[in-house]
Design a protein around this ligand. Structure first.
Ligand code: NAD
Length: 293
């Protein structure tokens, strides 16, 4: 298939590269030059405007920082695509923004799936992302060959927007578990437990979770985790802060009492606004270390 790809950043870059490896032809756009160069090196045909990436393709994937950009990009490109083009948004955005994007794609004569992902940059590079898909079964079946080179799992979550609902649930858990792992790791190191022993026990015990097993916030036990490279992301704190803002709005709109999630969201907001937005979200361990003298 021929696929347009908008947003060739930390996630979109390796995802587009895997589409090329999977035998698709990929036409991509990103305003940042380093992203253009990296994508070009992986066989993506890089063009100089978003509308040029969507003309005459079977599907368009967006992997952008936020919902406002997704909607603005749709307004810019929908008219340039062939009628019936399948628009797939894999960014993490508000449920309402996803439903709005779907309505605009529909009105322009196209099809739409929200398909946010989990698995991080490691999963994007390995082609093992979990796609959580909202939309019709028929559109999901049509999109399956597009997802497959990038996916370890594809889960149909129901109607449009439900992919984003699942994503917000996941990231609320992820933020809480990363703070929990960080607090335990700092307590352990202060009591003389080595990072390796901490990892070896807990990664195979009931405390195991992605925050520890894959994105371990202390350097050493997981060589690919951001803690080994001064917390270069990975999944940036600013993006986690954005997702927690979406989760807080969803908790409020559903009347769900979530004191732990709310506290963790406050921690990430202060951490991000205090200057750590560009670091991987596992850098929250630095916040834990500073807390106790
Ligand atoms: P990123 O900032 O690395 O990439 C976003 C890219 O979009 C950038 O390269 C930027 O230049 C580009 N961009 C901005 N405006 C554009 C436009 N008008 N047209 C085309 N490209 C444009 O962010 P990321 O980490 O790749 O995350 C992208 C999305 O995926 C976010 O919504 C994020 O929440 C979500 N996400 C990220 C991770 C992760 O681990 N990084 C995991 C799951 C989901």
């Amino acid at each position: 298939m021929k696929i347009g790809f908008l947003g060739l950043g930390n996630m979109g870059g390796p995802m587009a590269a895997n589409l090329v490896k999977g035998g698709h032809r990929v036409v991509g756009f990103d305003p940042v030059e380093s992203a253009q160069v990296a994508a070009g090196e992986h066989g993506v045909e890089v063009v100089d405007a978003p509308s040029a990436a969507v003309a005459d393709v079977d599907a368009v994937i967006t992997m952008l920082p936020n919902g406002a950009l997704v909607l603005a990009t749709y307004d810019e490109v929908l008219a340039a695509a062939r009628p019936g083009t399948l628009f797939i948004d894999s960014s993490t955005i508000a449920v309402d923004d996803a439903r709005q994007a779907s309505a605009r794609a529909d009105a322009a004569g196209h099809r739409f799936l929200d398909a946010p992902v989990s698995g991080g940059v490691v999963g994007a590079e390995a082609g093992s992302l979990t796609f959580m898909v909202g939309g019709t079964e028929e559109d999901l079946e049509a999109a399956r060959p597009v997802f497959e080179p990038m996916a370890g799992r594809i889960v149909h979550c129901g109607e449009t927007g439900n992919g984003q609902v699942a994503k917000l649930c996941n990231n609320l858990i992820l933020a809480i578990s990363m703070v929990g792992v960080s607090e335990a790791a700092v307590m352990g190191e202060r009591l003389g437990l080595s990072h390796q022993a901490f990892y070896d026990v807990i990664s195979t015990s009931a405390g195991q979770c992605w925050a520890l097993n894959v994105n371990c916030p202390v350097p050493g036990p997981v060589p690919t985790s951001p803690a080994n490279r001064d917390f270069a992301p990975g999944f940036a704190t600013a993006l986690m802060n954005k997702d927690l803002g979406l989760a807080m709005a969803a908790l409020e709109s559903t009347g769900t009492d979530a004191p732990v999630g709310t506290l963790v969201a406050d921690l990430y907001r202060a951490f991000s606004e205090g200057g750590a937005g560009g670091l991987d979200f596992s850098a929250i361990i630095n916040r834990v270390r500073q807390e106790v003298a």
